[in-house]
Design a protein around this ligand. Sequence first.
Ligand code: ADE
Length: 221
Amino acid sequence: MKIDILTLFPEMFSTVFEESIIKRAKEKRIVEINVINFRDYSKDPHQKVDDTPYGGGCGMVLTCQPIFDCIESIKTEDSRVIMLTPDGVSYKQEMAYSFAKEKHLILLCGHYEGFDERIRSICDFEVSIGDYVLTGGEIPAMILADSIIRLLPGVIEEESHIQDSFNDHLLDYPSYTKPQVFRGMEVPPVLISGDHKKIDEFRMEMRYNRTRERRPDLLEK
Ligand code: ADE
């Protein structure tokens, strides 16, 4: 998979993809990540990428030209353009699964007051990572990239994401490791019983209870 991230602040991405699982996925050539500054595509003599809003109001609006030119220069039939915006559809694990099937994702990060509305016409999806407003789309783009890359075949063992939180609309079960007792807190005995049927039942019950307590909205699905 290829992921192109379009941003005015490429430095923000200098370390996030250089550690751990994502770093290994890049080394194994499962994913290629390019961070592109769309200011480089501006035809303005001062490389401006934003302007004041028609109709007045505060803040600056990202202009069409640099973003259209940038996207058009990298887009192919296989590309899906995703705009990161608080006005987008709420991002969910099932969307991560669906994006993980694509060959080429273009993640467009906004900044300032927002995008010129016409930029939406060149995007296939508009995604929000939650009901709060951030200073830009960079952190949301990192979140999408991370959640998608870990699902690509060969990145982590498939078994570990089959049981992830949100699969089957349930949160994950609690995990324990050594020691068996820590400051008086014990590992549930069933996990040391060696009875795999009982362990599976216990974990499913924990997933269900935890979801009912913390995220009853998921159970309605
Ligand atoms: N840009 C600013 N806030 C955002 C959010 N919540 N989701 C996606 N992009 C954003």
